[in-house]
Ligand binder design. Structure first.
Ligand code: DC
Length: 235
């Protein structure tokens, strides 16, 4: 049987990680795992279960107590060829992309118990290899032995415009200013978070895609993946 590798793609919010991760997973016939979607699903659960107080701060103890009741899973949608996220059996792929969830996900992703739960699940998904997973701590914490690690970056203004276009295309009512502010605060929290902050793995390949087309990024990452795969086959 053909050997498989794991690919970790980390980077700031809205760098285009998921677009490339999805395309590469498709090209290799691998399983794409959107780890951010998992944190978003728990943020949605927290919103639905009144874990945010009147002053908008998160009631961490309440969310931690409820965590055992939260089941996050992925299911393949044969109609659109995408892995979609489910929260306690309900498809929440669309809801988790709302600006409301984006605005509440950082405090949720800071909680140790939340990270432990999701990292455990993510490690399990990557066990059989053949996974492309994107996030913030994939190359450093979740699959530190991934054969290929990519660290993606892009100019903040380019990232804000991309997220704005994506949300608009999905019919969501947002402004560029809102998106820019949300990205800035999430970057800050991702980098300064105490547990598993966003950082580049020592052996990651950096891709700044501010001026790269999707095709150029795809060719580059696929080229790197094929090199690693050839290495695996020679072992
Ligand atoms: O990639 P995204 O924007 O959908 O991620 C949503 C949030 O989840 C983001 O603010 C940071 C957090 N996150 C994380 O802490 N660790 C990951 N591996 C992925 C996402």
């Amino acid at each position: 049987m053909r050997n498989k590798i794991n690919i970790a793609i980390d980077g700031y919010s809205s760098c285009g990680k998921s677009t490339i991760a999805k395309a590469v997973a498709k090209g290799l016939d691998y399983f794409y795992v959107d780890s951010g979607a998992m944190y978003r699903a728990i943020a949605l659960y927290a919103l639905q279960n009144n874990c945010f107080k009147k002053d908008l701060s998160l009631d961490e103890d309440l969310l931690i107590r409820l965590l055992d009741h939260v089941i996050v899973s992925f299911k393949y949608n044969t109609e659109n060829g995408q892995q979609e996220i489910y929260l306690n059996g309900e498809n929440v792929e669309k809801e988790i992309r709302s600006i409301q969830v984006s605005n509440h996900v950082s405090p949720v992703s800071k909680i140790k118990e939340v990270r432990q739960k999701l990292v455990r699940l993510q490690k399990r998904l990557a066990e059989a290899k053949g996974v492309v997973m994107d996030g913030r701590d994939i190359g450093t914490v979740v699959i530190p032995d991934a054969e290929l690690k990519i660290f993606m970056m892009a100019d903040p203004a380019v990232r804000a415009q991309r997220r704005f276009d994506e949300l608009k295309a999905n019919g969501l009512n947002v402004t560029l200013e809102e998106i820019t502010a949300n990205l800035q605060s999430r970057d800050e929290m991702d980098v300064n978070r105490e547990i598993d902050p966003l950082r580049q793995a020592d052996d990651a390949v950096v891709v700044d895609n501010s001026n790269l087309t999707l095709e150029e990024q795809y060719q580059f990452v696929m080229g790197q993946a094929i090199k690693r795969l050839e290495g695996v086959h020679q072992q």
